[in-house]
Design a protein around this ligand. Sequence first.
Ligand SMILES: Nc1nc2c(ncn2[C@@H]2O[C@H](COP(=O)(O)OP(=O)(O)OP(=O)(O)O)[C@@H](O)[C@H]2O)c(=O)[nH]1
Ligand SMILES: [Mg+2]
Length: 557
Amino acid sequence: METIYGKTQGLKAHQLKQLDRLYRSRLPQDSLTTPELAQRLAVVSAELKESICIYINRRGQVIRVAIGTPNQTKIPPLELPRYGSDRLSGLRCICATPDTEPPNVTDLTAMLMQRLDALVILPVNLKGYAERGYLAHLLPATDTELPEKQEAWRVSKPMTLDALSKQDFLELVEGLEEEFSRNFAGRATDDNQDRVVLVGLMHQKEKSDSMPFALIELGHLVESAGGKVLDALWQKRERPHPQTVLGEGKVLELAIAAQTKGANLVVFDRELTASQTRNLERMIGLRVSDRTEVILDIFAQRAQTSEGKLQVELAQLEYRLPRLAGHGQALSRLGGGIGTRGPGETKLETDRRVIQKRITFLQQQVNRLQEQRSRIRQKRIDQEVPTVAIVGYTNAGKSTLLNAMTRADVYAADKLFATLDPTTRRLSLTGEDDKIHTVLLTDTVGFIHELPHSLVDAFRATLEEVSEADVLVHLVDASHSAWEDQLKAVDKILKDMPIAVGPTLLVFNKIDAVPEPQAILEKYPEAIAISALKRQGFEQMSKSLLKLIEYAIGELN
Ligand SMILES: Nc1nc2c(ncn2[C@@H]2O[C@H](COP(=O)(O)OP(=O)(O)OP(=O)(O)O)[C@@H](O)[C@H]2O)c(=O)[nH]1
Ligand SMILES: [Mg+2]
């Protein structure tokens, strides 16, 4: 006997047999259904007073018989014959139901999530007959840039069983698939580029209805990681749903948005637990990732030095290990991209035992390099050259400033986390008495609010530089609309450092792009305003910097 899926408890032997016989039905390849099959389904449905679904492949074989609505009897993504937003899954569902309504949104969403070839709903009357049915199928997007209200499916008017049977099924699906793949080719300009839908939560008390800042930033992070943002949605909630972060209805909405826009990845604005990831992937049918993984991915792409690479891979694997069951295994074959790349050209390991071993190895390497680094630093301290570290939110202009002041050639770009490895350069500063003083200036990796815990280790090199510097320059992008939040986020990270940091000079950068810099300086009178790009305000900054160094180390020679 074949497996009957769904609500099978309490079924009598002859009912099970009746259901089992449905497996033996065979349809002509090119017809959607036959009146005989429709009638047999109707009889069983009427007797059980339940919806009955059968799933049929392109060869006309029944591959699954299930009790329940199309939504209740959904097939997990990995058991579908094919998966991918460029085509249909190769299965259609015929459902006889005692409910007399036309297909509802839940069932249509189930069709969308499984990318069914078609869905036929046959309402069964009181006498146990199906007189007519509805044919539903997905609609390809009409445009490469999708309009907001893209219809995801079409539902026919009620049709007689005869008319349904005469539908040329193959012609229908082949036509649809051709359009799907044409659109898909148009959309996926770069096969390796992730097409992403962003998801966030907003606290219930939040008054504004506009896109939360965290989500805008997440969009920049995804773009910095090389992904393309197709859509963003968020929900107001008291607290995250323990199993799915969002409420069930919102997850459905997310699934529809992701599927109709042809996304291959969904990214949440917070860390997900292993089971949340698993539940969401099962419900949406796409890979699900989070903010931390995106940041780690950026790090993996940017790491230059061998130390940077080691630290990033270590952080990635440590983040992944406890989440492996939900990730990588079930859906890894759905593709690569954000969250699957290691530093260098490698793909991240997915085997638990291998990972464990690799983590131990990487930890040893990182410790060794750290000792080396501290020896170098000791040498610097012995030379008694004062050290200055530039810190600040990512994209504040730290590398640009280092380049401008020292003619270094550090990569600066309008991307988050452009810099990963600290760079130190010698800098000559002219004091009040025109005396020239030499200091060492270090550019560091940018900070970000809610620095993910697993990343702190990857930041270790930077944090060491920061905590051992005599003086800090805290650079703020004054042209950013959220500059004050960023300033506070950096202050918080500095305050939480295990070792107290040296005195800090607050410097507002990109002043060339601020219409009224005066307002900012009134609020922070101790601060200095510069433009690293236009080399404005450098003189005053140098003077203040020297004063602060003098204060920090006692005397300048
Ligand atoms: N208008 C303006 N843009 C600037 C200024 N300084 C830097 N930028 C721009 O800001 C962007 C980021 O500069 P970076 O120097 O890479 O910033 P960063 O702080 O090193 O960033 P990460 O290394 O990513 O943390 C670049 O596009 C710069 O050209 C400035 O004074 N004015
Ligand atoms: Mg930088």
